[in-house]
Every structure is written in C-alpha cells, then in structure tokens.
Design a protein around this ligand. Structure first.
Ligand SMILES: [Zn+2]
Ligand SMILES: [Zn+2]
Length: 234
C-alpha cells in the first residue's frame, strides 16, 4: 500500500492521519473537538485502534486540546518534545508573542476569549529530544525532526516522500493570514527560518501546516529569500 494522507480538521487545528504499514496522527486537535474526531474517523478506512502514535507538533493549546481524549479512544502513544511538555505544564493556555503587526494586535484580541477554554493536558508517552525519532517502528517511512522557533520544542514530521507536517512553522488560514506564510506568532522567528532551511535540506517538498491547506515548499523558499532581501536593504 502506498502512503495515504488524510486531512482531519479539528476546530482551528488542522490534524493529519497518515496511513502506510502503520497509522500515525499529527497533532491533537483544538479543545473540545472529540466528537469531530470520532466523526472524521468514521468516514475514513481506519479503526481508532489502528493509530499507534499521535505526534504533537508543539505544546500550544490549539494543538493538544483533544489529545487526551484521542489517546484514550485510540490507545495510541502520545509524542511531544521535552521542551514543550515543560512549557505546557507551566501554562496550559500559552502561545508565543506576535512577530507581525497583526500577530501583536490579534494576540490581544484573542486572549480574553481563549482564557475561557479548558482542556485536559495529555499524558506524554514518548518524550522527544533534539535528535528526533524514526517512525519505522510505527510502520511509517519518515521521521520526526526538531524544528524550533515557533516554540522551543516544535517538531515536524518529514516523510520519505517529501511530505512535511510542520505545525505552526507555517500558517495558511484565517484568522492568521490569507495565504501561506511564516507564523505570525513565534518565540524566535530567526530560529523558524533556520528550521525551514533544515527541512528544505532534508528534502521537504509539500507542506502541511497546522492551520490551513497544504502548499509547495517553493512558497517558503521564496518567502525566506524575499525576507533576507528586504533585511539587506533596510
Ligand atoms: Zn502554536
Ligand atoms: Zn496553532
């Protein structure tokens, strides 16, 4: 069987179920999306217990919000980078500063609404370090790569096919942006760019962001080039 990528939007969080010899999932959904997850799975050729691993791209509430429920339903292990697990344990509703004008404004607008959200922090079964992890054990030809910048413990899933699941290293939907771009919130935007260079060097070709639809790596290549160019001329 060739690899199959199923897009599973859970609230604002765009999750993915990847099916090959084994089945894994990328990201754990927005808080309160348990029913949407069950419904989405019912429409896929996948039993909940097929899912062996749920990789949390990073420890922000919109990507871990339903992971605890998903873990319970599927029996999958949950993987997250050590640094973001620590972040989450300190503050469940955290997300990084705005790095664009809209990032700064929207952060102030969203904060009061989001303070009402509640969710269970998932138990983490596979604690990731900076060295990443091969997904061979889970029946998937690919690996997890540490790609910090949006958060210190952000990770990406890169398949051998060049399909890359990058969480919030890129965003491609409202309310963040109108088209594919680098994140409007980041702990360190320079590190985001460095992580992109790494993913490009490792063979990323099609990008599946945590918010919005997939797009070609060429978009990121152009963005990084034009950013470097504009800095040069400041
Ligand atoms: Zn985030
Ligand atoms: Zn996000």
């Amino acid at each position: 069987m060739s690899i199959r990528i199923h897009s599973v939007p859970l609230g604002m969080d765009h999750c993915y179920v990847i099916q090959d010899k084994g089945t894994i999932m990328v990201d754990g959904g927005f808080p309160g999306t348990a029913r949407a997850f069950k419904k989405a799975l019912a429409n896929l050729p996948i039993k909940p217990t097929d899912i062996g691993l749920v990789i949390i791209t990073h420890g922000h509430f919109d990507h871990v919000g339903s992971a605890s429920y998903i873990r319970g339903l599927t029996g999958a292990r949950v993987a997250m980078h050590r640094a973001d697990k620590e972040l989450l344990e300190k503050e469940a509703m955290t997300w990084p500063p705005g790095v664009t004008v809209w990032g700064k404004i929207s952060r102030g607008l969203f904060k009061p609404m989001l303070s009402l959200l509640r969710y269970d922090i998932p138990q983490v079964d596979v604690l990731l370090g900076d060295e990443g992890l091969s997904l061979e054990e889970y029946g998937i030809s690919g690996r997890i790569i540490h790609t910090p910048g949006h958060s210190p413990g952000s990770v990406s899933v890169l398949l051998d096919t060049g399909d890359a699941f990058v969480g919030c290293m890129a965003q491609n939907s409202l309310p963040f942006c109108l088209g594919p771009r680098l994140p409007i919130y980041a702990q360190d935007i320079e590190k985001v760019k460095e992580s992109w260079r790494l993913l490009i060097a490792e063979g990323a070709r099609t990008i599946y962001p945590g918010h919005g639809k997939s797009f070609s790596i060429d978009v990121i290549r152009d963005l990084i080039r034009s950013l470097a160019h504009s800095q040069h001329h400041e």
